[in-house]
Design a protein around this ligand. Structure first.
Ligand SMILES: C[S@@+](CC[C@H](N)C(=O)[O-])C[C@H]1O[C@@H](n2cnc3c(N)ncnc32)[C@H](O)[C@@H]1O
Length: 339
């Protein structure tokens, strides 16, 4: 994943003027506002803006060169997001604050973007609906699951009264961790996955575990509800991973722990189409940045060599003294019914 240099790192007036000049065009301001809502591909931006590919690409080039946008290459896909570092990032944020949200064009863009998010969510949901019963086979692409599961268990805090497993799927994490905690609840968007999970819980005699339908972007729990939150092989389906992590942090008690197991960066492009992966893994620095943004303190990271995919466990704690609600990044969440 490469990031464009931030031209706006030039702290002087010339850097500021370059950033202002780059932003001083209606479509470019619209693009900046859209990229503040998530990491977007060129084709998604084309769809929202209704402009030709060369035109949108030219705008993106100007904005990225001025440091207002960051460009993330991942395999054959390129994502754009609002810059997060450097002086140009401050300029970008300030300009968006000054841009009226109730502008009709911006409202239309927001509605179109929401439709794109909605469609992506439906595509992923359809995939999970079709794959609910053979998800066990797909897990075989990864590193040794037993080793990863044992490590997750070892990383749980000593006493966990309430555990939440986000994207629980067929409930595997509940089976592994459930016997070691007071109560565990799994959430998933897919009712088919949840049906399989319920069956597994009954067969496993896990009376202290249950599942419910919920969207990871909008968990149906008050702040500070859980001692531990797990997310196993879920984050790479997220189009806004930072928002998912912020939402997980919100429901963690002060002193609670978030454990994420997912893939290290890889080049298996076909997983996007064949298995609805949105992201081809994550690097440690990127995840650490999301933890910090969500008000968490990053903990140990462990890598598990795979066949061929490498699994990583990232852990983070909510400070025991943290009684504030972590600041969630702005988001447009496709709203899903929660059971
Ligand atoms: C690859 S499966 C992993 C399941 C389980 N954690 C495991 O490791 O066996 C990813 C799960 O994330 C769920 N998921 C995807 N998007 C979601 C969302 N927005 N909210 C909740 N669950 C979601 C899917 O339905 C699917 O069950």
């Amino acid at each position: 994943m490469d990031e464009a240099p931030l031209a706006g790192e030039d702290g002087g007036i010339s850097g500021l003027l370059a950033a202002l000049r780059a932003a001083a065009e209606p479509s470019r301001l619209r693009i900046m506002a859209l990229c503040a809502e998530g990491e977007l591909t060129v084709s998604e931006l084309i769809e929202v803006l209704g402009q030709s590919q060369p035109r949108v690409s030219r705008h993106l080039k100007v904005l990225a060169e001025a440091g207002l946008l960051e460009r993330l290459r991942e395999g054959s896909w390129v994502f754009y997001r609002l810059a997060r570092r450097g002086r140009a990032a401050e300029v970008a944020r300030s300009l968006l604050e000054l841009t009226p949200a109730e502008d009709p064009m911006r409202e239309l863009d927001t509605a179109r973007l929401r439709a794109i998010f909605e469609r992506r969510a439906q595509t992923a949901a359809e995939y999970f609906r079709r794959n609910a019963s053979r998800w066990g086979e797909l897990r075989a692409l990864h590193a040794d699951e037993g080793e990863v599961e044992a490590a997750l268990l070892g990383l749980l805090p000593a006493t966990v009264d309430h555990l939440l497993d986000i994207g629980t799927g067929t409930g595997r994490m509940l089976e592994v961790l459930g016997p070691h905690v007071g109560h565990a609840q799994g959430v998933d968007l897919s009712t088919e996955m949840l049906a399989v999970a319920r069956d597994h819980l009954v067969r496993g005699g896990l009376a202290n575990c249950d599942v419910r339908q919920a969207d990871m972007y909008q968990l149906p729990y008050p702040d500070r509800s859980f001692d531990a939150v797990t997310m196993h092989q879920v984050l790479h389906f997220a189009d806004r991973p930072a928002n998912v992590i912020a939402e997980a942090a919100r429901v963690l008690r002060p002193g609670g722990r978030l454990l994420i197991a997912d893939l290290a960066p890889h080049a298996m492009e076909h997983l996007r189409d064949a298995h609805a992966h949105r992201r081809l893994g994550f690097d440690d620095a990127e995840v650490a940045g999301w933890f910090t943004a969500a008000g968490l303190v990053a903990g140990p990271v462990r890598h598990f060599a795979g066949k061929p995919l490498v699994i990583v466990i990232w852990s983070a704690d909510r400070s025991p003294a943290d009684l504030q609600r972590p600041a969630a990044p702005s988001h447009l969440s496709p709203q899903h019914a929660v059971g």
